[in-house]
Design a protein around this ligand. Structure first.
Ligand SMILES: *Cc1c(COP(=O)(O)O)cnc(C)c1O
Length: 369
């Protein structure tokens, strides 16, 4: 019997940082500084430096990070924010929660990134920001977006899936006015619970996000604006600092694994491998192939013990959550078509060549049906 192959293997990753996390946590427990404090400040400085921006503000999760980035830009009721229909629901939730109206657009077929021409068509006098999602670990084509837009429209990056990814020598998360990321456990840089961060070079925006995450409070019991409670815990900061030191190594291993899948799938008929846009150095948060008869193929992979999955099974415009945007099937044809074809194959830094061969064998057998 061969072993099951998970989509991601968080246990394998934990074993590499277990001692460092245990020591850091013992220190926090001894000092009982659980929220904020030196461990959080240290991680924020390390991550800002890693991405190449002035400020990283740790927050409670990635969805709040997007919401705070928008609120810091004073985006809310009556404003429109353009985002792609093929993303995790949180990208769009955060826009709605900030009080703004999400304006959905389609993606391009080969990369599944936001279609920059469709963005230009969707701009209205109310448009305040574009929220490109660096989906599956590769950066959106930001300079193409910027070229088509007036400067008054801010680019707010959803960098939840792109930690360490680069585009033309800049890091994803440093490409727009402000960026949001998530340190959910399954992300490339994951905490042991919920966590997120906002990234920017703009000191004024950073100050606003710091207020928003902490009850609108510049000093204890002083509340200058209406805020939230969404801070990064010290225990999570310890995990993130330990993992950040290893992130480049893990991302390199993911790239090698992606190259191996590419090679194994090169001559396989009926499987479309992922496409990387020119200028991008992705971090393969997900390795997403496209096949016909996807549901049957996926069921066969899963029956073979392979943790393949779909990201995401329902495009945002067809969810109940966004029914009030008034869309219907057919509104975003590329998104809808690829949604019916995509499969995310297991990919994590520690995946072995033998495991990948087994995934591909199962996939080939399923596709040949
Ligand atoms: C994970 C994710 C988020 C939200 O992050 P949470 O920390 O789960 O709130 C937002 N956008 C994308 C694209 C994500 O993958």
């Amino acid at each position: 019997m061969s072993q099951n192959i998970p989509l991601v293997d968080l246990g394998a990753q934990h074993r590499q940082v277990a001692d460092e996390v245990a020591a850091g946590w013992a220190d926090i427990l001894a000092r009982t500084a659980f929220v904020g404090g030196p461990a959080v400040a240290a991680f924020e400085a390390e991550y800002a430096q890693y991405i190449g921006v002035e400020h990283c503000i740790g927050v409670g999760n990635g969805t709040d990070a997007i919401e705070f980035a928008l609120r810091a830009l004073d985006i809310g009721a009556g404003d429109e924010v353009i985002v792609q229909a093929n993303t995790f629901i949180a990208s769009v939730e955060a826009i709605a929660r900030a009080g703004a109206t999400p304006v959905l657009v389609d993606c391009v077929e080969d990369t599944a990134l936001i279609d920059t021409d469709k963005v230009a068509d969707a701009v209205t006098p109310r448009t305040r920001a574009i929220l490109p999602v660096h989906l599956y670990g590769q950066a959106a084509e930001i300079e193409q977006l910027q070229a088509n837009l007036p400067e008054s429209i801010a680019i707010v990056e959803d960098a939840a899936q792109s930690q360490g990814a680069r585009r033309k020598d800049a890091a994803a998360g440093a490409l727009g006015r402000i960026a949001a990321t998530s340190f959910y456990p399954g992300k490339n840089l994951g905490a042991y619970g919920d966590a997120g961060g906002v990234l920017t070079n703009d000191t004024e925006l950073a100050t606003r996000v710091r207020l928003l995450r902490d009850h609108g409070s510049p000093r204890k019991y002083e509340h200058t604006v209406l805020g939230f409670n969404s801070r990064l815990d010290a225990l999570q900061a310890v995990v993130l600092s330990a993992k950040l030191k290893r992130l480049d190594g893990w991302n390199d291993a993911r790239r090698r694994a992606a190259d191996r899948y590419d090679a194994l799938l090169k001559d396989v008929e009926g499987v479309v491998p992922p496409v990387v846009a020119p200028g991008n150095e992705p971090v393969w948060h997900l390795y997403v192939v496209r096949v016909a008869e996807r549901d049957r193929v996926l069921a066969q992979l899963q029956a073979d013990g392979i943790g393949a999955s779909i990201h995401y099974p329902t495009p945002v415009h067809l969810t109940g959550a966004f029914a009030d945007l008034g869309h219907k099937a057919g509104d975003f044809p590329i998104t809808e078509r690829i949604t019916s074809e995509i499969i995310s194959l297991p990919l994590f830094a520690e995946i072995t060549e033998a495991q990948q061969q087994r995934v591909v064998e199962s996939l080939v057998a399923a596709v040949q049906g």
